[in-house]
Ligand binder design. Structure first.
Ligand SMILES: CSC[C@@H](O)[C@@H](O)C(=O)COP(=O)(O)O
Ligand SMILES: [Zn+2]
Length: 232
């Protein structure tokens, strides 16, 4: 065991639902979806007072629990730092969802559909309406979820040279869009969070479905946020 691995109990568990195991299995899953290819993207999980983070610049689908960083959430100090690795550059962005929204997990993808949706508009939001999958997206102001006839609006922030420099604009978007569970990053990807890791996953999947659908709709000359044809 190298230096920095003194807290093995924090990451080694036979439980497949232990956050350190989940980060590894979900990254494999996300890799097959094209969300975390070429080291981009990732996921962080907050469980009780601990935040679990992947290392930076590594092939995310090959991470093992040995590589996982653990932060003490109240003090923001690292309890476990694997030697020769740095925590994900997305850490301050994941932390924004934990501190501002009390999220239990935050997923960052480099999904091409997400990137394309940021290129379909020069504006600061992306919208979709009247699609069944919208109903999987929570709407905190109502205490429930979006309805089929609602318009879902996701803020878009501009990309920066370095991931951590996105923090201020992501925090601003979270404040300005209290109903959003995601922020798109132009020419880069999306951050999606949820109350639990499973909610974050279903919300990220639902949003990616909507991003892919919207791209196809635009190719067919349809407006993803427009009214239902014939119902105007
Ligand atoms: C392909 S490099 C991508 C990184 O710059 C960044 O955008 C990213 O999503 C992952 O950062 P990382 O520090 O590897 O967790
Ligand atoms: Zn990224």
């Amino acid at each position: 065991m190298g230096q920095g691995n003194s807290h093995e109990g924090l990451v080694f568990s036979k439980d497949p639902n232990h956050p350190a195991n989940l980060i590894c299995s979900l990254c494999k899953n996300f890799y097959t979806l094209g969300w975390v290819t070429g080291t981009g993207g990732g996921i962080s999980i907050r469980h009780e007072s601990h935040v679990y983070l992947a290392p930076s610049g590594v092939q995310k689908e090959r991470i093992t629990p040995r590589d996982i960083f653990v932060m003490d959430f109240p003090t923001k100090t690292y309890l476990r730092s694997p030697p020769s690795l740095k925590p994900s550059a997305c850490t301050p962005l994941f932390m924004a969802s934990f501190t501002k929204r009390n999220a239990g997990a935050c997923i960052h993808t480099h999904s091409q559909a997400a990137v394309l949706c940021t290129l379909l508009t020069k504006g600061s939001t992306w919208s979709v309406a009247n699609v069944e999958q919208i109903k999987a997206i929570p709407r905190p102001s109502t205490g429930g979820y979006y309805g089929f006839f609602d318009k879902l609006v996701i803020p878009i922030i501009e990309n920066t040279a370095h991931e951590e420099d996105l923090t201020e604009s992501l925090e601003k978007a979270i404040d300005e869009y209290p109903d959003t569970c995601a922020v798109l990053v132009r020419r880069h990807g999306v951050y999606v969070w949820g109350d639990t890791v499973w909610k974050a996953k279903t919300q990220a999947e639902s949003l990616d479905y909507l991003f892919q659908l919207a791209v196809e709709m635009v190719k067919l000359g349809m407006d993803p946020a427009g009214p239902i044809a014939g119902a105007e």
